[in-house]
Unconditional design. Structure first.
Length: 41
């Protein structure tokens, strides 16, 4: 595996992760959970 191929795979995975977290509601949930688990009611 070349260095260029590794970089491309890294950026593909990074883009996929950023896309998954791009929704404002998901970011709000992550922010709420950063201090630990919370109850849902």
């Amino acid at each position: 595996m070349s260095t260029q191929q590794s970089k491309e795979e890294f950026y593909q995975l990074h883009a996929h992760l950023c896309k998954a977290l791009a929704h404002p509601t998901r970011l709000l949930i992550i922010d709420e959970l950063r201090d630990g688990p919370r109850s849902v009611s």
